[in-house]
Write a protein that binds this ligand. Structure first.
Ligand code: CTP
Length: 218
């Protein structure tokens, strides 16, 4: 029996972050955001209200249905500000599928476009804040925070378990690095109580539907 009351709101973050260097350049990553968007569709399909925080270069559903709202972000700082507005106030569940940069340029983005210089360019990077850990720290009783771990298959279970504990999440979706950019996923869900659930290899839409069903029962 689903334990999440409907209507309830789920906040899903999807896609990469782009960390600006100047007005035209950034440091990004290869996340397509597809799984996050499929999770939004699947959550909507079971009657949940959805807030989809969508990163740059990530394709939103072509027609936005009722009960689904898109909030765009570009950088880790944008997403941090968005989450400060939305969490814990506006949703009962946070699914943090966004591939947030681990590092960003330490210097603020240069105004205009940096010119090519034969001397080269050195960019000093700083660690970004851990957004999902901060959200977990400010959740209220009954709220759930689910993170993601994309790691090589050989060390996946160990690394995902470590992230689940370190970030104090309710659950983590462990995803083998080898399936990045693929149409299918062979991931599993690890919960804070140690239970592990695996649906086997599935397409991204099927995996998303499976995961939303599990999350609703948490
Ligand atoms: N995450 C986040 N803020 C960051 C980095 C990651 O909220 N600055 C979230 C991701 O959205 C994901 C989870 O943390 O849900 C795991 O991301 P990952 O990059 O694998 O973990 P890291 O904390 O960066 O750990 P490590 O560098 O050891 O891999």
């Amino acid at each position: 029996m689903p334990s999440l009351p409907t209507p309830a709101t789920v906040l899903i973050t999807a896609g990469p972050t782009y960390e600006p260097i100047d007005a035209v350049r950034f440091i990004g990553n290869r996340s397509s955001g597809r799984l996050g968007v499929e999770l939004a569709r699947a959550a909507h399909a079971v009657g949940l209200d959805v807030i989809l925080a969508l990163g740059p270069n990530t394709v939103a559903p072509p027609v936005l249905p009722d009960r689904m709202r898109i909030e765009p972000f570009r950088s880790c700082a944008d997403l941090e500000a968005l989450l400060a507005d939305l969490w814990p106030a506006q949703a009962q569940v946070l699914i943090m599928a966004a591939a947030v940069a681990d590092y960003r340029p330490k210097q603020p983005a240069a105004a205009g476009k940096l010119r090519r210089d034969a001397e080269g360019l050195t960019i000093q990077m700083e660690a970004t804040p851990d957004l999902v850990a901060a959200c977990a720290a400010r959740r209220t009783p009954g709220q759930k925070v689910i993170g993601f771990a994309l790691e090589p298959a050989a060390s996946l279970a160990h690394a995902a378990g470590e992230k689940l504990k370190r970030k104090e999440l309710d659950a983590i979706v462990a995803n083998p690095l080898e399936t990045m950019d693929a149409d299918e996923i062979d991931g599993f869900l690890m919960r804070a109580d140690g239970r592990r659930d695996s649906p086997g290899r599935l397409s991204k839409p099927m995996f998303a539907a499976w995961l939303i069903d599990r999350v609703m029962r948490m």
